[in-house]
Design a protein around this ligand. Structure first.
Ligand code: PLP
Length: 435
């Protein structure tokens, strides 16, 4: 199992090829100490496989990078909300960022006491969702409008449960990312422009059941230029100084999530990336005594998951080559939705030969693809492919389009693999319908 070339270590420490590619023997892709081919034979495909070691390592790296300041990691549940993943994150001591009552119920299902480390974000919280959050005793509501503030004040007063609040500000800084996942510009629906935010704080301070506690910001997702975070937090820091002068007790800054990962080519050193991110976030906060909240999602779970899929057919239309696989856009929507790039590798590396092909699913949509005109090692019908970096915004965006059941999900821990979500059957899908 000696690794001779760095390229074989696809996504260290979790996903690596084992064995030598000599003679008849292929190199086989593993997740930790488990062969992915064996998991696919046992559990079928399409199959999500996650590495617990990698998720733990990334949580630890965050913690080390921010050790100099009191902080709480509030893992963003929407990146991957499978209970087994949430339990792993909770057992590492992290809290959660939720954007719906449903996500909060998932967290409570994992650990009732985790509510004390939950922040609730989102532009459209309903009264019922607020009520659930108030009764469970969450840490912080991130408010996104004057109307929402009014409803929370009324709901908290009705229940006689005080609510700690932050206003999510829209700092009007551009983030270099896909337009669908950029959120920090005034034309986006998220947050409140800073001048308006000041008025909201004044309003909140008058409400007997609202407790002003923080300022929150989240400028988007898959941001790799850490300068954007620094620019946003400089504005937030100015606002905090101003609010404190007016007598508001601002204890928390919620810096949101959004740190990007590398989907293409060699993976950079995560420790270095996270250190650069921490410097960008912390520099503007120097001298402000506060407790920092961080809401990473993708950067914790993204590279920790692969989607295994089997090649059903090879097909050539004139010169165009297709690999038709058994996973589809209902299992992994990112390529169709954002034109996102995901590396695709054979689970068993037999051939040195390559070819250019489209990797597509069986769904009746031209948009149902995972890769277009991609150079890939030659694979045969029946072979397994692994689509990399699908731990975040993968399974959560799954659907039943074409009456396809959602994929099963496994969590690997060393030499053990546990089913954390079983494959959805047609029976499961028809349960809610009536003839
Ligand atoms: C989506 C989201 C996050 C997580 O973003 P990542 O890019 O996955 O780190 C954090 N906070 C809020 C408010 C979000 O909407």
């Amino acid at each position: 199992m000696k690794q001779t070339r760095a390229s074989r270590r696809l996504r260290p420490p979790a996903f690596e090829y084992h064995g030598a590619a000599s003679g008849a023997h292929a190199r086989e892709l593993y997740c930790e100490a488990v062969s992915l081919a064996s998991l696919a034979s046992r559990h079928g495909t399409p199959l999500y496989v996650y590495s617990a070691a990698m998720i733990r390592a990334r949580l630890d790296a965050f913690r080390r990078a921010f050790h100099s300041i009191p902080h709480t990691l509030c893992y963003s549940v929407k990146a991957n909300s499978t209970l087994g993943i949430l339990r792993l994150v909770a057992s590492a001591g992290s809290g959660f960022d939720v954007v719906s009552g449903g996500e909060l119920q998932r967290v409570l299902r994992v650990n009732r006491r985790a509510a004390s480390k939950v922040v609730f974000s989102g532009v459209g919280k309903t009264a019922a969702e607020m009520e659930l959050a108030l009764r469970s005793g969450i840490l912080l509501f991130n408010l996104e409008s004057a109307s929402e503030l009014k409803l929370l004040a009324a709901t908290a007063a009705r229940l006689k449960k005080p609510a700690a609040i932050a206003v999510r500000v829209n700092p009007d800084v551009p983030a270099k990312t896909h337009p669908y996942i950029s959120t920090g510009l005034h034309q986006h629906k998220f947050g409140v422009p800073i001048p308006q935010a000041r008025a909201l704080y004044a309003e909140a301070a008058k409400q007997p059941y609202l407790k002003v506690a923080g300022v929150s910001v989240h400028i988007g997702s898959q941001i790799t230029d850490v300068g954007s975070f620094q620019a946003a937090l400089e504005r937030v820091a100015d606002l905090v100084r101003g609010l404190r002068k007016q007598g508001h007790d601002i204890r928390y800054i919620d810096a949101g999530g959004g740190l990007g990962i590398s989907y293409e080519g060699a993976q950079g050193n995560f420790e270095k990336q996270i250190a650069a991110y921490a410097r960008a976030v912390l520099a503007p906060l120097r001298g402000l005594k506060l407790h920092l909240l961080l809401e990473p999602g993708r950067s914790i779970v993204g590279p920790a998951g692969v989607l295994l899929t089997r090649v059903l057919y090879r097909k050539t239309n004139r010169r165009k080559r297709f690999l038709i696989v058994d996973a589809a856009m209902n299992d992994l929507l990112r390529p169709s939705l954002y034109g996102a790039y995901h590396e695709i590798v054979p689970v068993s590396r037999k051939s040195r030969e390559t070819e250019i092909a489209d990797v597509v699913g069986p769904i009746c949509e031209t948009g149902d693809f995972f890769a277009r005109d991609r150079r890939l090692p030659v694979v045969s019908e029946g072979d397994l492919l692994a689509i990399l970096d699908v731990g975040a915004y993968g399974s959560v965006l799954g659907s039943n389009y074409n009456t396809r059941g959602r994929a099963a999900e496994l969590l690997v821990n060393g030499a053990k693999a546990r089913v954390i979500r079983r494959r959805e059957s047609v029976q499961d899908q028809l349960r809610l319908e009536k003839l």
